[in-house]
Design a protein around this ligand. Structure first.
Ligand code: ADP
Ligand code: MG
Length: 209
């Protein structure tokens, strides 16, 4: 992982999020306030625009600049949560050394743990954490197993999709959707869908490398 890797992933993700924008917007209109797609698109744009400023920086500095940009530039729960993700990834030890698969897993796990602490949402509360926590658990398993990396990434895309779909029948107990009670049932959580698309895009780009 390098700053250039992060920027190129953000560009890939932009394309996929734009392709699915109408669906994500509708999901947040159903159980939120409709701005989730705008927050995600703005966040990605801000990260991509940082390219010239950060492309030659060491990973830790680049991650911190991305975190600051996301925290100050995106509103909503997602701004705070994704900002926290990048900020904590930057705190993973030994980022100045070569980042292998194991270290990359550690970084993502650290970032997701911090999001969990920040938002205080666990599995089953109908948020993006329903996708992210199981992905983090799988990464934790993969980093110390002999599973082929591509096979592991393909399992992760499956977990993310299953968990995103599973938010449909949940009651929401965190975030705006929690005010809806039973009416939140029958709708997939918008943050779960955007997170799943992001994970799917990154995993597939690594699988096809
Ligand atoms: P807001 O809810 O402030 O309008 P967004 O629309 O950008 O922010 O994001 C909504 C998404 O944020 C939800 O679909 C859900 O996945 C996620 N979310 C809301 N509250 C929390 C929380 N406490 N922890 C984790 N994720 C949350
Ligand atoms: Mg919203």
């Amino acid at each position: 992982m390098s700053v250039n890797f992060l920027i190129s992933q953000a560009k890939n993700i932009q394309i996929v999020i734009d392709e699915n924008a109408a669906e994500i917007e509708a999901l947040d209109q159903n159980i939120g306030d409709g701005d989730h797609i705008f927050n995600v698109q703005r966040g990605l744009k801000l990260v991509v625009e940082l390219e010239d400023d950060i492309k030659n920086l060491p990973l830790q500095k680049g991650l911190n600049m991305i975190a600051m940009k996301v925290l100050s530039g995106i509103g909503g729960s997602s701004g705070a949560l994704f900002g926290t993700f990048f900020m904590s990834m930057a705190k993973t030890p030994d980022l100045d050394k070569d980042i292998d698969f194991k270290k990359a897993c550690e970084m993502v796990i650290t970032g997701i743990n911090a999001m969990k602490e920040r938002g205080k949402a666990d599995i089953g509360e109908k948020t993006m954490m329903d996708v992210l926590i199981p992905v983090s658990e799988k990464l934790n398993e993969l980093k110390s197993s002999n599973t082929d990396m591509k096979e592991g990434l393909s399992e992760i895309t499956k977990i993310a999709e299953d968990r995103m779909l599973a938010t449909k029948d949940m009651l929401a107990t965190k975030g705006r959707a929690s005010f809806l009670g039973e009416r939140a049932k029958g709708h997939i959580d918008p943050g779960a869908r955007s997170s799943q698309l992001i994970i799917d895009t990154i995993c597939k780009s690594l699988i096809n490398k």
